[in-house]
Write a protein that binds this ligand. Structure first.
Ligand SMILES: O=C(O)[C@H](O)[C@@H](O)[C@H](O)[C@H](O)COP(=O)(O)O
Length: 266
């Protein structure tokens, strides 16, 4: 059974005994949000990231989820993408296609990957334009407090440096408030060229889940979640704070091992 901590400002923190328990809880959570969004809006607009997140979502390809989820209503986006060809081993699209999307009956026309024939800047602009069209038709909802898209769910991983999507510590992209999608050409994690949702878009979502496993992320989890006062270094993950939405952290025990809020429960 997961331990669940409801923390003021930092969302719900769910700590799982192991990766298998985390993956089951994550599949339940995504299936439930999909059901709610389809019932309320007729669509489920979900943004994925790369990294270990995709294999942690793997249970969605299994029974019962592969049969019970209304895959035909899913509209799939990327919160960040590496600017490489779609069939390149580094592509987040390829990772998700091979690990998830090819195994469930999503509608190919509802999968919005970036245009891989463009430069990073052009690809970011075009992705932003595509999003605007989908917000106009309300396939992707719109935020009540900004003109930003309001995704039903944005799924993020986190690096050991605290990066989320392709928003890296001390990078100018963290300050981009005008664009929905921006680009970088100097990612500290290879490959260097990426596009990424900006913080205003991430923080306008109805639901944001940050999914983290492993002891090498424990310090970054502590810095992102614990209340460390004004001197605390502000990592990108700490800047994830949906204004009118819900934030949930999915952690395994190793990733939660330096969390002060967790220590208090022992
Ligand atoms: O394209 C990317 O690199 C990702 O979107 C990135 O933000 C990833 O989610 C984190 O780096 C965590 O990756 P791991 O879970 O594999 O450590």
């Amino acid at each position: 059974m997961a331990i669940s901590l409801g923390l003021k400002d930092r969302g719900d923190v769910r700590i799982h005994e192991n990766v298998d328990e985390l993956a089951t809880d994550l599949a339940d959570y995504i299936a439930e949000l999909s059901e709610i969004s389809v019932k309320e809006r007729g669509f489920f607009a979900v943004a994925l990231s790369g990294g270990s997140l995709i294999s942690l979502m793997g249970k969605l390809c299994e029974t019962p989820y592969n049969k019970t989820v209304d895959w035909s209503k899913w509209y799939i986006f990327w919160a960040d993408e590496r600017v490489v060809a779609k069939n390149h081993a580094d592509s987040n699209y390829k990772l998700a296609k091979d690990g998830l999307l090819s195994k469930v009956p999503v509608v190919p026309g509802h999968v919005y990957s970036i245009n891989d024939s463009l430069s990073a800047e052009e690809a970011a602009n075009e992705y932003g334009f595509v999003l605007r069209q989908l917000v106009k038709t309300r396939t992707v909802d719109v935020s009540e407090i900004s003109d930003c898209p309001k995704f039903d769910l944005i799924l993020l991983g986190m690096g050991s440096d605290g990066h989320v999507a392709s928003l890296f510590p001390n990078h100018m992209a963290l300050e981009e408030n005008d664009e929905w999608v921006t680009f970088i050409t100097d990612s500290p994690k290879p490959p260097p060229e990426r596009i990424t949702f900006t913080l205003p878009v991430i923080n306008s979502a109805s639901n944001v889940a940050v999914v983290v496993k492993g002891a090498n992320k424990a310090e970054a989890v502590h810095l992102a979640i614990d209340d460390l006062g004004p001197e605390c270094p502000v990592s990108p993950a700490r800047m994830v704070c949906p204004k009118n939405g819900k934030l949930v952290w999915f952690l395994d025990r190793a990733a939660a091992s330096e969390l002060e809020a967790y220590e208090c429960t022992k």
